[in-house]
Structures are given as C-alpha cells and as structure tokens.
Design a protein around this ligand. Structure first.
Ligand SMILES: O=C(O)[C@H](O)[C@@H](O)[C@H](O)[C@H](O)COP(=O)(O)O
Length: 246
C-alpha cells in the first residue's frame, strides 16, 4: 500500500486528476473506473480542463462508474450516468460504446449487474478504479457488513448515505432508491486501486480503514490486501495517520 499525502485540497485534486490522465496516456485502451460524490467533482473538472487545452487520444479509453442509482431515469441530474457524462465523459468526447454504465431502470438488476461485469471483462477487465471513501467506510455502495466475496449487486443503502444522496441530488419524494454497485470482490480484481479522501471529516475513517484491522465492518479496509493500491489524501484527511507514517 502506497500512501500519498498532498499538502492541501488543491494539490490533492490536481494529483488525483493526473493519476487518471497518466493511466490514459500509459495505456490508450485502458478501462477506468470512476466514483461520483464531492471528492471527485474537482478532479474530474481538472482532467476535462487539461484535455481541452492539451488533447490526447482517448478514442479507445473505456470509462465506467463504480456504482449507479436505481429507479430513477438515467437522464436525471443526480444519476451517476449524468454526473460522469457531464463531468468527464462528455468533455473528453468518450464515445457511447466506451462509456459503460448499468441502466438505472430495469426489471432484472441481477442480470444487469452480471452484464455490466461481462462488458468490462470483454475489454480485458478494469485497469484502474478510483474509489471514494464513505464516512462509514463504504466503497462503491457496499455498506458495512457487506461480505468481501460480494459480486456486483444492488446494495441496500445506509440511511445516512441515502439521506446525503437525496439531499445532494434532489431525488423526488416517494422514489425508492437503490444502488447498483460493483461488489467488493470485483473491485479487488481491478489491477490498480486508488482510494481517495479529502477533508477533516474523513480523517477518522481514513485511520480506521488504513491502520485498523481488515474487517467487513469497514469495507474500505479490504484495500490493505490489494497488491497495487494507493491511498491518496489531502493533509486534513491524513491528519490522524500522519504520525504513524512519518
Ligand atoms: O457516491 C458514489 O458514487 C460512491 O458510491 C461513494 O462510494 C462515494 O465515493 C463516497 O460516498 C464518498 O463520497 P463523497 O466524495 O461525496 O464524500
């Protein structure tokens, strides 16, 4: 596990953006998994900005998101599809066939989850997964208690996480939300993981996930077992682990 601590939020955003660009430059047909949420908005904007100034070949890059909300129209502003499309896939001009997202509406999400993974596998599997860190330790939408063997599925949401999603994305009243997420097993099969966190409010969970025991109670703790994982933090998110490492 490699730990990178950036001196502030701006340096964190730029460093994270360059991790995505570096993967695209190193492997022009890379399969890259993103995450939505507050942590990633600025880094996606930086990737898009750099691309607009210094375009490079992304014609064979595949983008996907680690999860997607269910039971909402795909075009809804808070769907992961729309967010990733607006933040990065659209600005980079990623063709539709290379932008792989599970549908938000289906009568058979089990089949959709399987198909989603099959589509990634058909491209050689995921090279990179950027992973936001939930305040309760979730990765994707895999909540505490999710077995490490879980495969891409529709996960129940933790009430706090659901409230946050509803607040931030103005989900219409009465919509029953679910989340289709890559399973922990699928995430762990990605060639490279980058767990990202910024802000003081993430510091305690960073400490538990990185320095604590590997336990299903903290899904993110499993990344300690990944052979090619980077933990990328700003100084605030790293504030409780700094002394243990440096
Ligand atoms: O929202 C998502 O798409 C991810 O599934 C979720 O795992 C997210 O990365 C974390 O909850 C961190 O979210 P913030 O970056 O908003 O703190």
């Amino acid at each position: 596990m490699k730990i990178t601590i950036c001196k502030n939020e701006q340096e964190f955003n730029i460093t994270a953006a360059w991790r995505i660009i570096a993967q695209m430059l190193e492997k022009p047909d890379a399969v890259i998994g993103l995450s939505t949420g507050q942590t990633t908005i600025d880094m996606h904007a930086i990737v898009s900005h750099i691309y607009s100034q210094y375009p490079f070949d992304v014609s064979r890059i595949t983008l996907f998101n680690v999860d997607e909300l269910t039971n909402l129209p795909r075009e809804y502003a808070g769907s992961c599809y729309t967010m990733i499309l607006n933040q990065i896939a659209g600005p980079l001009g990623i063709p539709d066939e290379n932008f792989i997202m599970p549908p938000t509406m289906s009568d058979d999400f089990e089949r959709e989850a399987k198909l989603f993974e099959e589509r990634l596998a058909a491209r050689g599997g995921a090279d990179l997964q950027m992973l936001g860190l939930g305040s309760n330790g979730h990765i994707g939408i895999n909540q505490p208690g999710t077995p490490f063997e879980s495969e891409t599925w529709v996960s129940p949401m933790d009430p706090d996480f659901e409230a946050r999603v509803r607040r931030e994305t103005q989900v219409p009243e009465g919509t029953e939300l679910g989340g289709l997420t890559r399973g922990i097993k699928n995430i762990m099969h990605t060639r490279k993981l980058i767990l990202i966190a910024k802000g003081l409010h993430k510091a305690e969970m960073v400490e538990k996930a990185i320095l604590g025991p590997v336990t299903v109670d903290i899904p993110a703790s499993i990344v300690q077992m990944h052979p090619n994982c980077e933990i990328l933090l700003d100084a605030d998110a790293a504030s409780r682990i700094k002394n243990s490492y440096f």
